[in-house]
Design a protein around this ligand. Structure first.
Ligand code: SF4
Ligand code: SF4
Length: 634
């Protein structure tokens, strides 16, 4: 199978073809064939030591596990635990940001400051915190207290969920009993109810999973809001994306993972004259070159215009260019193989978080009280490794595309305000009504070895853009579109249908760009997916309808992680039909599969659409958009 449609990735992989030293995720995937069919269908269980139990999907072997659990129960439990895993990851990320936010307000983290007071006040006011006549510090103290209480120990619905969606969503979720009161206790509840001998009712387990997905939404939204307050709310910025951003004449340091707490400080410190001089002294005539990988890359691209090197599935390929001097990782989506591959090159892999170490990497503990010193020490490690580069192993692909990123909800509203200052949403709504914007699709999620990297994303987006669907993108989806040139004004002229192109041109010109807005708007990292909900909720509230009535859909055509399953599930709870390019491990239960793809539509409006063929997937999403338009009388 073709491994990637990214020419830069293919170039580097071809360079190492036939070698037996460098094994990538694609090689290891091939070595895993055939993968376990029971696992793929979700009909295996290891939740107690009487297992593992497996249900025969053909009905000829065992139909129940040792305890009597059926395929429906086992599949529902597995899915709920995957969502809990994703939620725990986002909770850990969000709680880390809350702790640094608290320390910042208390003056205990000198590297950080409240950089966006407007956002601080907006989030506080939305959450019911008094802002009139109060200092930023007083407001921030109350917001930190509220944020911390979201993780446990309260009885009221989660504020970050209740305040950011339409009243119709809250009503629906309340009716189903899926409004959580704390993030971490909801994760614990899923682990409890899915352990040996607790919840055996598949539908009841699924309701617990949906509640957990709402907790995941809360964690993501909270992390995004507090990161914006600490580091600034993204605004449009022009940069570059793909492996061609690596430079032979500079010390290349890649920041990889998810949380901006360390990477933002490294991005700031990397412009210090003293460090640049040290890099030059080491022989790098162009000094320092910081690049991003995965969602940490998206965070620093959105806020600092730092170039994006590549996405999750091709993280190893960045090392295989032979010019990456240090790969600095925080947590999530970091393959343990990067340390093994780095042994074949000179790259130093540096872990920074106590919960995310790996054999073969050097650990440099990150301290948020001492963030600037940590950042400088890490950069110096990269400078040190530059001296050990082997020129014979250097292989930098030429490919890099211009990418305009930084489209937070605030930036989108800001651009629309240039067209209509009094009523910024009006131009968007008018154009949806007129059909110039037929609908909106949010692309999210990862890249997987199971599909040629980027193929589904690119084929789907070409079709949707030609049909006047405005595209929002986050996570590795946004990396794909940045690397393939979909985040430029030229892409609007090349790919967008007539109506969409006219709207993007009018907004771009009103904003003083003298060119159209890109047809794919980079909204940030995976954690930033709620930014898209903010736009949808604002439009729905203005129209006086529920989010589930809007011609807005979502797609994760190359999803991998438990986090992606959690995000996809809360998109469904939010009322958005959500496409997956591959089925999660649920097909072993007809009941669970039908509930998630059909029954849930009547309950929440959102539902999953599984379609591996990208052209058919785009057609299905267009049909859903048209159904929603007809429902609104458009
Ligand atoms: S536990 Fe499940 S996935 Fe693992 S080998 Fe057994 S059947 Fe396969
Ligand atoms: S919980 Fe039941 S189905 Fe799961 S491993 Fe134990 S006995 Fe088997």
């Amino acid at each position: 199978m073709e491994r990637s449609i990214d020419k830069a990735v293919i170039h580097v992989l071809n360079q190492h073809k036939g070698g037996n030293q460098v094994q990538t995720a694609w090689d290891r995937y091939e070595a895993q064939q055939p993968q376990c069919g029971f696992g793929e269908l979700g009909v295996c269980c290891r939740h107690c030591m009487q297992g593992p139990c497996r249900i025969d999907p053909f009905g000829e072997g065992p139909t129940r596990g040792v305890c009597g659990a059926t395929a429906d129960t086992i599949v529902a439990r597995g899915l709920a635990r995957a969502i809990a895993g994703g939620t725990a990851s986002h909770s850990g990320h969000a709680l880390h940001v809350v702790h640094v936010f608290q320390k910042t307000v208390a003056g205990e983290a000198p590297a950080y400051a409240i950089q966006d007071e407007t956002k601080l006040k907006a989030v506080a006011a939305r959450s019911g915190i008094e802002i009139e006549g109060r200092s930023s510090k007083e407001i921030a103290q109350d917001l930190a207290k509220l944020a911390l209480s979201e993780f446990g120990g309260k009885e009221e619905p989660l504020a970050w969920a209740a305040c950011t969606v339409t009243p119709g969503r809250i009503e629906k979720c309340s009716e189903l009993g899926i409004v959580p009161t704390s993030i971490d206790s909801t994760v614990a509840e899923v682990m409890h109810r899915t352990t040996y001998g607790v919840d055996a009712d598949p539908i009841n387990i699924l309701l617990g999973a949906l509640k957990c997905a709402v907790a995941d939404y809360t964690a993501c939204h909270l992390a995004t809001d507090l990161s914006d307050i600490l580091f600034g709310t993204p605004q449009p910025v022009v940069s570059k994306a793909n492996l061609g951003v690596l430079r032979e004449d500079a010390v290349n340091i890649a920041l990889h993972g998810h949380n901006p707490l360390l990477s933002d400080i490294i991005a700031q410190v990397a412009s210090e004259e003293e460090l640049i001089a040290e890099a030059k002294k080491a022989g790098a005539s162009e000094g320092l070159n910081v690049v991003g990988i995965c969602c940490t890359g998206n965070e620093i691209l959105m806020r600092h215009g730092i170039p994006l090197a590549t996405s999750s599935v091709s993280q190893e390929v960045a090392i295989m260019t032979g010019v990456l001097d240090a790969m600095v990782v925080d947590y999530q989506c970091i393959m343990p193989s990067v340390a093994t591959i780095a042994e074949c090159f000179h790259t130093k892999v540096i872990t920074t978080m106590s919960i995310a170490k790996m054999p073969g990497a050097e650990h440099m503990a990150f301290s948020d009280e001492n963030a600037v010193e940590c950042a400088r020490a890490i950069i110096r490690q990269g400078i040190e490794r530059f001296k050990f580069r082997n020129p014979d192993k250097v292989c930098i692909p030429q490919e890099s595309s211009t990418a305009i990123a930084g489209f937070s909800a605030e930036a989108i509203i800001g651009a629309l305000a240039k067209v209509n200052a009094e009523d910024p949403l009006k131009p968007l709504i008018d154009n949806i009504v007129a059909g110039n914007i037929r609908g909106i699709c949010l692309f999210a999620g990862c890249n997987t070895v199971k599909i040629p990297q980027d193929k589904n994303y690119v084929e789907m987006v070409k079709k949707l853009l030609a049909e006047n669907v405005l595209i929002l993108a986050t996570g590795c989806a946004s990396s794909t579109y940045a690397r393939h040139g979909f985040m430029t004004s030229e892409a609007t002229n090349k790919y967008a249908g007539e109506g969409l192109a006219a709207v993007l041109t009018a907004i771009g010109e009103a904003a003083g760009l003298e060119a159209p807005l890109p047809p794919v708007l980079h909204m940030g990292s995976c954690v930033d997916n709620p930014r898209a909900v903010d736009v949808a909720a604002a439009v729905a509230n203005k129209l006086g309808v529920d989010m589930a009535q809007l011609p807005v859909v979502a797609s994760a055509p190359e999803a991998v992680t438990e986090k992606a399953i959690a995000i996809g599930t809360w998109a469904v709870v939010g009322g958005f039909p959500t496409h997956l390019g591959m089925a999660p491990p649920v097909l072993g239960s007809k009941l669970v599969t039908e509930t998630l793809t059909a029954t849930i539509k009547d309950l929440l409006g959102g539902y999953f659409i599984v379609e591996p063929d990208p052209v058919k997937a785009a057609e299905k999403l267009l049909a859903v958009i048209d159904e929603r338009r007809a429902g609104l009388g458009l």
